[in-house]
Structures are given as structure tokens and as C-alpha cells.
Write a protein that binds this ligand. Structure first.
Ligand code: GFB
Length: 442
């Protein structure tokens, strides 16, 4: 077997030297494709394979976090299934998100995951690398990065019309619409690629896709491709939403420790909340965290009060500010709490209005310092709000907001009773949406 491999490599080197170019493509048998395909000789010298991805531009921060979990579970299974290669997930830098509007923060682009998340924790679940590290490892001397294959995932419109959904993974001709964000010159495609001009590809394929993330296994073709990118990765579904594996991947998404510390100081200073008193002490290492339901939480009620686009897009469930105040008053009195923490994307005057209806309570929101704003920007401030909400004695969120879902997940991980977590504001005191409870599985 070893002899066969050595001979195989010698033949490959020979073919390519004859071709006079070490990066020349050469014919080999591809075990992942139906036919024999071409490959790059360099692929035979390294076992590292890179998976990159991007998401539909309008999608927000917290849906993007959910897409990461889909990929993480896929890659975990891939590593177990295919031990021949060193699979790595390249973390797509954050930037240009529709909701990140503050202009006083410096550029909100090319933000690495380490700004928001603890990379070591992520790496305890799957091998992830930041984009700059990928560039160091992968780029040529000219600093050019040529991706071996880019798949643009597309929904099958027919399935949505007929309502008959079945797995599909079909390469099809790309329309101008699907390539609208790409620029092409002599068959080399540039942009969007997270804004990096030195990233290109000559190989773009459009994929009519329906199925879970693992169904993309057949597209990896590791003998042919060293790097594969999936665009519109939000189209791929969870392999096992809500399972133990899902929760493991989710638990590995610990935040940057400085963000935890900022939230901790705020809780202590303004909310009289400490982990020791609140029974929320957690191990530093998420893999050591255990199933429990005895977290007490700080002596405050936290609300995620989503405004802006939700006031129009979700009018059937978003209350007026006055009505929200009345719901909060009722709940706080019942729980005997007098402090309200408000996480919101609303305007300052909306917060003031809410406060004006609740004069008998201490109503607070987190106001970032210039240092925090400049360093962590809108994404970091959003996470600080989420952390503070996740340590409250009682939480009320906004119906169908992924921002709220991530807080609920964090509270499940910390160990609160579900009835203190899965609550949302109602349109009115009487008209309430029913919400599902995605409880943690250990
Ligand atoms: O995270 P996200 O996708 O949640 O988008 P939804 C909301 C963004 O608005 C966050 C800001 O990433 C924050 O930047 N934001 C919202 C907040 N609430 C708060 C808050 O309490 N505190 C802070 N600091 N920031 C999605 C939209 O919103 O809903 C999609 O992103 C789409 O475009 C979908 O409209 C229906 O799930 O709430």
C-alpha cells in the first residue's frame, strides 16, 4: 500500500515536472466524484483542506451565529468520517452588516471572530482559523489567494411553489442574477469575498440545494480542491437542530473574555449581581460545564426590546411602548423585582418613553464607553447586552428575534429554569404569541 502511494506520488511529480509548472493540473482518480477529475499537484503535498463560507448580505449577526453552528456540526462529523485530511473552517470576517450603523466606531468591516468570540473555545469543538491565518498559510508569494472552487447555493424555487421538499444537490448554470455580486475578467472572479481584493477564483458553480449541511460532503472533492467556499450557506439546514451535538457546538461559542468582564462589572456596579450570589459560577472551559437547573440570576428583570425594522416587519407581535411598560410592570410586581435592565436597538427617546411609564422602578440600559465602542463596535455592544440579559433572574424577549434566541440559549447553558427564560412580550396584555421552548440537551 505504502509502495503504491510512493509510486503514485512519483508519477504525479513526473507528470507535472514534464508540464513544467508545479501548479499544473494533472489527472488522478477522484474518489469523491463519479468520474476521474483533474487535480492540482500541490494538493498531494499537504493534507490541509479549507472550508470557507459566506451568507446572504442582509442577514443579521445572530442568524449568522446560527449558520456557524450548522457548519461546526457538519465539520465535526466530517472529521470523524474522513480522517485522511486536516479539515479547517475559515472564519469569515464580520462587516458591513445592515444593523451596525454607528459611525463613531471606526470601520465596522474586516472584524475577526476573536473580537467577539473566544477562539480557543471554538477550537475545542472543531479546527477553526481566522481569515488572516488562512491568508498566511494559503497565499502565494504575490499574496494572491485563488480559491479552488466556489459554490453558490440556491433554493429550488419549484419546491417552494409545490411545497414538496426533497434533498437536492445539483450543479446548474449560473444566471446573471446569481453572479450579480461577482466581477469577472477573463474567467477570473473577484469580489465579494468579504471585501478582500486579493481573493479570486476561476471556478464558480451554482448549486440548486436543499438539505442539511452534511449533504454538501459530496461537493468537497478533497483530491481536486484544497479550498472550497460555500456562498449563501444559510440555505443549508441544521443536521440535527436541538440535539446534544447542536448544543455542544453552541456551547463552544463562548464570547471574548473582555466582553464577559465588561458585563460582569456592569452587573456588579449597577445591578447588584455577582456570580457567587446569583449561583451562576461557571467553569472557564465549556467542556467542563454540566447540566443543572439551579441558576438564580441577578435581582433584575431583563428585557430584549427589539424595535427598528421589527416595528414594521413584525407588527402583529410588537407592542406599543406604553403597552410593553404595562406588561413589564405586571411581571415585576409579581416577581417582587424593582430593577429593569433594557437591551434594545431602539432610539434613546424610545427608551426614555419606556422609562417614563415605569417611575417606580430603576430602569437601566448599558451605555458603552468610547473605548468599548471603538474596540468592540456594535457587535460587541450587542453581545454585552446579551450577556447581561442572560444572567437576569427573569428574561422577556422579542418574539421571533434571533437576538432573543441566542440569549435564551445562553440561559439554558447557564442553568436557569425554562419558565424564567422562554417568555416574550405580547402584542397586548391579552394577545400573546405562543413560543417554542428549545431546551438544552446534555
Ligand atoms: O442580530 P439580529 O439578526 O437579530 O439583528 P434579529 C439585530 C441587530 O440589531 C443586532 C442590533 O445584531 C444588533 O446589532 N440589536 C438588536 C441590538 N437588538 C439589540 C439590543 O438589544 N442591543 C443592541 N446593542 N443591539 C433579524 C434581522 O433581526 O430579523 C434580519 O437581522 C431580519 O435582517 C430578521 O429582519 C427577521 O433576529 O432581531
Amino acid at each position: 500500500m505504502l509502495m503504491f502511494k510512493v509510486v503514485h506520488i512519483i508519477i504525479l511529480i513526473f507528470v507535472c515536472i514534464v508540464n513544467g509548472n508545479e501548479l499544473e493540473v494533472c489527472e488522478v482518480f477522484d474518489k469523491y466524484a463519479e468520474n476521474s477529475k483533474k487535480c492540482s499537484i500541490r494538493n498531494n503535498f499537504t493534507q490541509k483542506r479549507y472550508i470557507l463560507y459566506d451568507i446572504n448580505p442582509p442577514e443579521g449577526f445572530n442568524l449568522r451565529r446560527d449558520v456557524y453552528v450548522r457548519l461546526a456540526v457538519f465539520i465535526k462529523k466530517l472529521i470523524e468520517r474522513d480522517k485522511e485530511y486536516e479539515w479547517q473552517l475559515v472564519l469569515p470576517p464580520w462587516g458591513n452588516l445592515y444593523h451596525w450603523r454607528h459611525h463613531n466606531t471606526g470601520l465596522q468591516e474586516y472584524l475577526f471572530w476573536g473580537n467577539f468570540f473566544d477562539i480557543t473555545s471554538l477550537q475545542k469543538y472543531i479546527p477553526v482559523i481566522e481569515m488572516y491565518k488562512f491568508m498566511e498559510e494559503y497565499s502565494s508569494e504575490t499574496k494572491e489567494i485563488q480559491l479552488d472552487c466556489v459554490y453558490i447555493l440556491q433554493n429550488d424555487k419549484e419546491m417552494f411553489k409545490t411545497g414538496k421538499f426533497e434533498d437536492k444537490n445539483e450543479v446548474m448554470n449560473c444566471t446573471n442574477d446569481s453572479l450579480q455580486f461577482f466581477k469577472s475578467k477573463q474567467h477570473i472572479y473577484t469580489s465579494p469575498f468579504w471585501g478582500y481584493r486579493n481573493i479570486t477564483t476561476w471556478n464558480v458553480k451554482c448549486l440548486k440545494f436543499h438539505g442539511t449541511a452534511s449533504y454538501l460532503y459530496q461537493n468537497l472533492k478533497p483530491i481536486q480542491y484544497r479550498s472550497v467556499m460555500f456562498d449563501h450557506m444559510e440555505i443549508a439546514l441544521h443536521d440535527e437542530y436541538g440535539s446534544k451535538e447542536y448544543w455542544k457546538a453552541r456551547r463552544s461559542m463562548r464570547y471574548n473574555s473582555e466582553l464577559y468582564n465588561i458585563a460582569k462589572n456592569y452587573r456588579k456596579t449597577f445591578l447588584n449581581s455577582t456570580d457567587k450570589n446569583d449561583n451562576t459560577v461557571r467553569p472557564l472551559d465549556w467542556t467542563k460545564e454540566e447540566n443543572r437547573r439551579n441558576a438564580r440570576g441577578g435581582p433584575y428583570l431583563a428585557i430584549h426590546f427589539r424595535r427598528r425594522d421589527f416595528i414594521i416587519g413584525h407588527k402583529e407581535s410588537i407592542p406599543t411602548i406604553k403597552n410593553a411598560a404595562s406588561q413589564l410592570r405586571e411581571k415585576m410586581d409579581k416577581l417582587g423585582l424593582t430593577v429593569l435592565f433594557v437591551a434594545t436597538d431602539g432610539e434613546q427617546h424610545e427608551f426614555e418613553e419606556l422609562k417614563s411609564y415605569l417611575p417606580q422602578y430603576k430602569v437601566l440600559k448599558f451605555i458603552p464607553s468610547d473605548y468599548v465602542m471603538n474596540k468592540f463596535k456594535d457587535g460587541g455592544v450587542a453581545i454585552i447586552d446579551q450577556i447581561i440579559c442572560s444572567y437576569a433572574r427573569y428574561f422577556i424577549g422579542t418574539h421571533e428575534s434571533t437576538f432573543t434566541y441566542r440569549i435564551q440559549e445562553d440561559r439554558e447553558i447557564i442553568g436557569f429554569l425554562p419558565e424564567t427564560t422562554f417568555n416574550t412580550l405580547c402584542k397586548t396584555n391579552k394577545k400573546c404569541p405562543t413560543t417554542g421552548q428549545w431546551q438544552i440537551v446534555w
